[in-house]
Write a protein that binds this ligand. Structure first.
Ligand code: AMP
Length: 341
């Protein structure tokens, strides 16, 4: 029998609850400091206690995972704490395509894949000297928006960059990617692609609450001008959104183009959960500034299903449960090799 395993953070509760609902055994790689939290949840059958998640690539951990016939579900914490080489070296089967996670972490590869998917991507700015409009400077990898900042010219950029260096958050320009800033309604589009059914499912939409950029709108302009605090985009929470129905057709088209582009550039393609992240402008055009090639934490809102999963399933369907169901279908149809790497 397969055990569904993941790292104790991000969306682990949703993933393991979904696995249990589908009848799987569950296993959590848990940092010792979080043991008390995760022991509260009875749907977690087994904990492997570690000091850091990097122990995942050590033989001791891999042996327990393999003895339990585990499939590992990757999420944002894995990408934030392990580099691409480490992730690709994991011997336990990983749900989805572990090679595409490199394309998520590397801003240049990311841009290439998004362009191949015909997404409308904000312009990237090669050097601080070329800043001629409002831009956002972003860190590489899944930094969760921490240490990002907005700048309107080179001088402004340099001042804020130097502050981050002083705080030890970055080493220099190489740690930042500069992109044209777009304002509008932010939307994070959550999808699941099943290679077993060859079908794309649109799962839900969330909005992120980011600190402290969100706090800025509560302060009168004169106080904003007097403050020399640099607001960041640190994700604190998520809340649900629904879109105007007329926008849905394009949501599916973007998802399908992304699947096609991933199959071309990063075989075996974008299998399982993914998210396209961006902003709708005043003409309801979507500018896509990001993708996540695995489950996003915004799906935690929909542990009991979303308005969109209600249209597909006659039962509560979370993304975690959908992953488990895919593993179940693939097992029955002898297609496990198609859904893991
Ligand atoms: P990311 O790591 O690219 O998901 O960015 C983190 C946050 O920064 C997003 O949730 C947005 O609030 C903001 N952001 C990133 N890129 C842009 C952009 N090009 N225009 C406007 N906001 C952005």
């Amino acid at each position: 029998m397969v055990t569904i395993a993941t790292l104790g953070s991000h969306c682990a509760l949703q993933v393991l609850k979904g696995a249990k609902d589908e009848g799987f055994k569950t296993l959590l790689l848990c940092e010792k400091k979080r043991e008390r939290l995760y022991r509260r949840f009875k749907f977690i059958d087994k904990l492997i206690l570690v000091d850091t998640f990097l122990e995942l690539v050590e033989k001791k951990c891999e042996t327990v995972l393999q003895e339990n016939n585990s499939i590992l579900i990757p999420h944002g914490t894995m990408i934030a704490q392990m580099n691409s080489e480490q992730i690709e070296s994991i011997k336990t089967p990983i749900f989805g395509n572990k090679y595409i996670l490199r394309w998520e972490s590397d801003r240049m590869l990311k841009e290439q894949l998004m362009k191949e998917a015909k997404l409308d991507v904000p312009k990237s700015i090669a050097s601080p000297k070329e800043i001629d409009r409002l831009v956002i400077a972003k860190r590489h990898g899944a930094a969760g928006g921490k240490g990002y900042f907005i700048a309107s010219n080179e001088q402004d950029y340099n001042k804020k960059r130097d502050l981050l260096i002083k705080k030890g958050i970055i080493n220099g320009d190489n740690d930042l990617y500069i992109q044209e800033y777009h304002s509008g309604v932010l939307a994070y589009l959550q999808y699941f692609y099943s290679p077993v059914k060859n079908e794309l499912e649109f799962f839900g939409i969330d909005k992120r609450h980011e600190s402290d950029i969100e706090g800025l709108s509560r302060i009168p302009a004169e106080n904003q001008l007097n403050s020399n605090k640099v607001p960041s985009f640190n994700v604190i929470a998520n809340s649900p959104l629904v879109l105007r129905e007329s926008l849905l057709d394009n949501v599916y088209a973007m998802g399908e183009n992304f699947i096609e582009a991933s199959a071309n550039l990063v075989p075996p393609g974008m299998n399982g959960p993914f998210c396209i992240e961006g902003v709708y402008d005043e003409n309801a055009q979507f500018k896509a500034f990001e993708f996540s090639a695995r489950i996003v934490a915004g799906t935690n809102i929909f542990m009991n299903g979303s308005p969109y999963t209600t249209l597909i399933y006659d039962e509560p369907m979370s993304m975690g449960r959908r992953i488990a169901r895919e593993i179940k279908h693939a097992t029955v149809e002898n297609k496990i090799k198609n859904i893991v790497t």
